[in-house]
Design a protein. Structure first.
Length: 72
């Protein structure tokens, strides 16, 4: 376990069971939110590449033809 993980576990050990559960739930929500934000960020890049490709501004490339949209 890395240093941050150890500090996190030490912090959790100071909490009551109820507080620990709430903190873990909040952490999980934040991780899900961050994951969704990352997907949106990457999708922005994919959209830009697709737009440039369909406008004819990018050369044909077998890798570009395989790019697909992210379905939310």
């Amino acid at each position: 376990m890395d240093r941050k993980g150890k500090v996190w576990e030490q912090f959790l050990d100071t909490l009551s069971d109820k507080d620990r559960e709430q903190v873990e739930d909040m952490k999980e929500c934040l991780e899900i939110y961050a994951s969704e934000q990352e997907k949106s960020y990457i999708q922005g890049y994919v959209d830009c590449v697709q737009i440039l490709y369909h406008m004819g501004l990018l050369n044909k490339n077998k890798n570009l033809q395989g790019i697909t949209f992210y379905k939310s």
